[in-house]
Every structure is written in C-alpha cells, then in structure tokens.
Design a protein around this ligand. Structure first.
Ligand SMILES: [Zn+2]
Length: 351
C-alpha cells in the first residue's frame, strides 16, 4: 500500500463516508487509542499537496488512555503530543490523525483555516439535511395549525379596533402608561406642606410653602403586548402560510438528497423562521385573552375606584359581556366569546 499517494492508490480514494467516520469515532470511544485504528496511515501527511480534509475532531482525556499518556501525531513523526486531534483525509488516499495544535503549524495557518472552513460547511450541510428530512414532512400539519389561527386573528383585530374607537382616551392612556410609566397605572395625590429641608433653590416663590405631588402605582397592565401597534396579524398569517407552502414537498428524503448545499441552507433557515414567526404570532394572539382577563379587570377597577383618581372608570361583567365605561362618555361592550384563546394555539417546534 503506497503511502505517497499521488496515484490515489490509498485505502480511501475519496474522503471517508459518514459511516466510516462513525466507525472511527466508535473505535476511539471504545479503546481510547485512536492511533491503533487499523486503517490509519502513520506516515507524515504531504503538506505540499492540496485538498486535505478534516474528517472529524476527536478527544481522548489522558485518564481514558490505557497508559494515561498523550496521543501520537502523524505530523510529528509519531511523537505523543495531544488529547484533542483531527482525523484528516489526505489526497494520497490515506487517513491520518493530527494533533489540533500541530495542524495549523504543520499545514500552515492559512491552509488549515481553509480546511476548517470546508469541514464546517460539510458539517452544516449534513445537519441541514437531517433537519429537513426530519421536519419537511411536518409542513402540512404546520400549515393546518397556522390556519387555525385565522379566526383568532379576526377577533384580535375586531377587539383592538373596538378598544381604540369606543374607548379612545382610555386606550391612549394605557398606551402612554405602557410607554412612559413602565406599565403601571398610577394615581397622583396632591400634598400641601412646608419644605423644611432641601436646597433653597427648590423652594417655591411663596417662601417655602408649596404643593407636593406624590404618585402611587396602583395596578400593572397585564398582557400589554395586546397594545402593540403596527401588528398586522392577518398579513403575518398569510405570509407564514405562503412560506410554509413553498417548503412543502411530496417526499422529504427524496427532495433533500438531490438538493444543492445553498438550497439546503436556505430551506432550513426558512423553515426555522416559519416556526419562530408562527410562535410569535401565536404569542401575540394569546395577549387577546390575557388583556381582558379577570386579573386585568380587577386592576383597572381598583384604579378606577381609587379615591385619588379623578378619572371615572366603571366595569360591569355579566355572563356574556364585559362593559367598560370611561369618563361617562366612552363605552365599550365586549362579548366574552371574542376573548377566548382557542386550544388551536398550541406552539410548534422543530424536531
Ligand atoms: Zn503533531
């Protein structure tokens, strides 16, 4: 078996397959002695040749070595130097093991970085293939799950419009509170008194007598995500469905095996994006039921009835409806059935 393999007469005319790689790694795991793998060449790799490939990294702590020593390195004439190394395929058709610290030194930093970059690309390609084979078959189910959100989208828009048109001042107050007061509904109390301490510059013109305002935080705004402006659930829903439909294939294994690397990458990214956008949409729609929850209405009532609150907010809840009136002029009546978050809102995640 020639080791100077310019004629490609080695034992691996092409880089090891994934199975061959896994066999090597299993051997390393079992024995702790990668150097005893029968198919390795022990001669130094030809660093002038081009096309070396990093097949896989491996690691053996010294405690797992039968003699607690380091692993010998083919690039260093068999000297024992490392615990962390690479299985390298060489253009002479042989595979060798090289210490991770020797790799850049022996092959040259530039060349070694290039080998690492190629290895990373190959690893990603494989990961994307597995990911898509596992997940593309779930696309029809995901489309169905997303479509089940459509009625909730409609109700979301209806309720958001109703809040903004029927209770415009209260809606504006909630939005400002969310933005400026950290989401706490507050009341302001006016206190008169003498300022006996503090720098004189802070005193009023009346020579020490001045009004002092105190604000009290009364209730938090729950599920404030509901107030988010520039959220267009129906548009987002249609976009996610369209993207998912573009991913649908009759047979995932078939489709993936013939797919070029850049397409594997693009489809993997698109799938992941659909998952996160679908989940975000779902999260956002869930705010609909939380926003008019019992907890929220209790907080608003406490705030509306606070003795220091000059604004008038009244809430009446019946079996079917919630009626909110604000400042005597603004009234919103909501049907409770609009606010239920359907069971269809289960989240989905890639396998
Ligand atoms: Zn070495």
């Amino acid at each position: 078996m020639a080791d100077d393999g310019r004629n490609n007469r080695g034992r691996f005319p092409t880089p090891p397959s994934q199975l061959q790689r896994d066999l090597f790694l299993a051997f390393v795991e079992k024995t702790g002695e990668p150097e005893k793998y029968a198919l390795l060449s022990t001669t130094a790799p030809d660093k002038t040749a081009t096309g070396h490939r990093l097949v896989c990294p491996f690691y053996v702590p010294r405690a797992k070595r039968p003699n607690h020593d380091y692993i010998p390195c083919s690039a260093c004439a068999g000297r024992k130097k490392y615990c962390y190394g690479y299985l390298v395929w060489c253009p002479d058709g042989e595979i060798r093991i090289v210490g991770s610290c020797c790799g850049p030194e022996y092959f040259g930093i530039e060349k070694f970085r290039q080998m690492e970059a190629v290895a990373k690309e190959e690893r990603l390609e494989l990961e994307n293939q597995y990911f898509l084979i596992d997940n593309l078959e779930r696309v029809p189910d995901m489309i169905a799950a997303i479509k089940r959100l459509a009625p909730v989208c409609e109700k979301y828009l209806m309720v958001r419009d109703a809040l903004n048109t029927r209770l415009p001042s209260f809606a504006a107050l909630l939005k400002n509170t969310q933005k400026d007061q950290g989401g706490m509904l507050t009341v302001v109390r006016r206190k008169s008194g003498t300022l006996s301490d503090g720098p004189s510059g802070f005193r009023g013109d009346d020579g020490g007598q001045q009004s002092k305002y105190e604000s009290e935080q009364v209730a938090p705004i729950v599920a404030a995500g509901f107030l988010k402006e520039r959220f267009y659930p129906e548009k987002e829903l249609a976009c996610v469905i369209k993207d998912l439909e573009s991913l649908a294939v009759p047979d995932a294994l078939d489709a993936v095996s013939g797919m070029p690397r850049h397409e594997l990458k693009a489809r993997t990214q698109l799938f992941k994006k659909c998952v996160s956008r679908g989940n975000e949409l779902r999260e956002q729609l869930l705010h609909l039921s939380g926003f008019f929850s019992d907890e929220q209405l209790r907080g608003w009532t406490t705030w509306g009835q606070h003795p220091d609150n000059e604004r008038r907010l009244n809430i009446a809840v019946s079996d079917q409806e919630i009626r909110i009136s604000y400042s005597f002029r603004e009234v919103l009546t909501l049907k409770k059935e609009w606010l239920l978050a359907p069971a269809a809102l289960s989240s989905f995640s890639p396998t």
